[in-house]
Design a protein around this ligand. Structure first.
Ligand SMILES: [Ca+2]
Ligand SMILES: [Ca+2]
Ligand SMILES: [Ca+2]
Length: 222
């Protein structure tokens, strides 16, 4: 699992579609007819709500090959979401979501394929992917949280019984599992933790105190 998220994209990147659209639209307004304007006229189309007249969708053929690959859903001039079919196979593979201040909030992608968004990547302060939230049932409900540092998966939380709260916590070191803790009685806190050394199980800890320090440890002989 370590590589699936990290190869997705180290950086979410800026919302390239909106940026390209903005550049094209500015050129439309400011320049005499030229190739850039003609290209914009050819590749960008806007759709408006028939009742309110508000802009609701901009479609864009970003590589000018005659196939629309980018759909930006708008509320007037506020971008809500952009869907991109990067390989132009007819299914969306990238979903960009924006905050109210128009900055990129998260990028959705499909681990399961088929054009269904089932994972969402969030950027950290360093510009790299810091967290990926996953809906393993592809139903929109997140049940797996992956945490990354410098592109490496370091921690995973899972909601195995789908009650909305994590009940399995995994830590990783150098790409290998280091500890796995389980909440077995449903109180939201772990009661048992497996400890690994170089990926091999070496101990089982149990009976945590109020601070979560395990009072019982059984070493596993190899
Ligand atoms: Ca295209
Ligand atoms: Ca596609
Ligand atoms: Ca749970």
């Amino acid at each position: 699992m370590a590589t699936r998220g990290s190869t997705m994209a180290r950086r979410l990147g800026s919302p390239r579609s909106v940026r390209a659209l903005a550049a094209s639209l500015v050129c439309c307004l400011s320049c005499a007819p030229d190739p850039a304007q003609l290209r914009a006229e050819r590749t960008i189309e806007a759709e408006y709500d028939l009742e309110t007249g508000r802009l609701q969708l901009i479609t864009f053929d970003s590589d000018d090959n005659g196939v629309i690959d980018t759909w930006s859903y708008m509320d007037g001039n506020i971008p809500l979401r952009t869907e991109i079919d990067q390989d132009e196979d007819g299914t969306v593979d990238r979903w960009e979501y924006y905050r109210e201040n128009r900055t990129l909030e998260k990028v959705g992608f499909s681990r399961g394929g088929g054009g269904v968004v089932d994972a969402w990547a969030f950027e950290g302060d360093d510009g790299e992917v810091a967290r990926i939230e996953v809906s393993t049932l592809a139903n929109g409900t997140v049940d797996r949280w992956e945490h990354y540092e410098a592109g490496a998966l370091v921690r995973v939380e899972e909601d195995l019984d789908f009650d909305g709260g994590a009940d399995k916590w995994e830590t990783r070191e150098a790409g290998r599992v280091a500890t796995v803790a389980f909440d077995q009685n449903g109180d939201g806190r772990p009661e048992r933790r497996l400890v690994y050394d170089a990926g091999v199980l070496v101990a089982i800890e149990s009976e945590p105190d109020e601070q979560g320090v395990y009072r019982n440890r059984v070493d596993v002989t190899r």
